[in-house]
Design a protein around this ligand. Structure first.
Ligand code: PEP
Length: 250
């Protein structure tokens, strides 16, 4: 299984800044064919096409979108559709990020609608799950993750699994510098793997599970060595081309 290295830019970078980043990263990887890794850059909507254009001829680097509305078009002011995203070269859709769960009040049910729709529209989907500090302290990790998985994956078929990626992102580790320990990640990824196998059977072993939360170039390779960690989802440290290149090459 290839490691998936994902950059989530959140609400950062103009088109000029995105082009600058993409050209710099492309140049710095020019002599390093990515055989063991697949890279996905998820800019804000306005910069997706800019980044997609730079990497159009680059194997194993593609672009994603931070959100999708579960309809092809219609009266949904402020939303973005599958047709529009496919039109600008999007391959991956992020769903269930904790910032959308918390700030935008997205429910497990709505996240599930997006997951199903995005899979139907032939995107690959990265479903983010993870517990808050309070939930961890109250020993509710499995309860929270099971709820997010069970509700988020209602209606997903075994045949969809190759297009499904899970990202374990403990909320307390996102943007805080407080990366989870290798022991915590190992335990939690094992819980997630067992659950996904319980839901889907042996095919559940093929689903990539990423870790996200304060990943940096200097902790990335030890995180990738943890059992059941099949890649990383990177926020802050993906905004600088040199830092993201070091993560890709870690
Ligand atoms: C994220 O945005 O999903 C994330 C993990 O952010 P950071 O790497 O900054 O913690």
């Amino acid at each position: 299984m290839k490691n998936l290295i994902v950059a989530n830019w959140k609400m950062h970078k103009t088109r000029a800044e995105a082009k600058d980043f993409a050209e710099k990263l492309k140049k710095s990887l020019a002599n390093t064919p990515l055989t063991e890794k697949e890279v996905v850059i998820i800019p804000p909507f306005t910069a997706i096409e800019t980044v997609a254009t730079v990497f159009a001829d680059t194997k194993n680097i593609s672009v994603g979108a931070q959100n999708i509305y579960p309809a092809q078009n219609g009266a949904f002011t402020g939303e973005i559709s599958s047709v529009m995203l496919a039109d600008i070269g999007v391959n991956f859709i992020l769903a269930g990020h904790s910032e959308r769960r918390q700030i935008c009040k997205e429910s497990d049910e709505f996240i599930n609608e997006k997951v199903l729709f995005a899979l139907k529209e032939k995107f690959r989907v990265i479903l983010c799950i993870g517990e808050s500090k309070e939930e961890r302290d109250a020993n509710k990790i499995s309860e929270v993750l099971f709820r997010q998985l069970e509700k988020g994956l209602v209606g997903v078929e075994e045949s969809d699994l190759l297009a499904l990626v899970l990202a374990y992102e403990p909320v307390w580790a996102i943007g805080t510098g407080a990366v989870a320990s290798e022991k915590e990640i190992k335990e939690t990824h094992e819980i997630i793997r067992k659950k996904i196998v319980a839901i889907f059977g042996e095919k559940g072993h093929t689903v990539q599970i990423l870790y996200g939360g304060s990943v940096k170039a200097d902790n990335c390779s030890s995180l990738l060595a943890v059992a059941n960690v099949n890649g990383v989802l990177v926020g802050g440290a993906s905004l600088d081309a040199d830092s993201f290149r070091d993560i890709i090459l870690a």
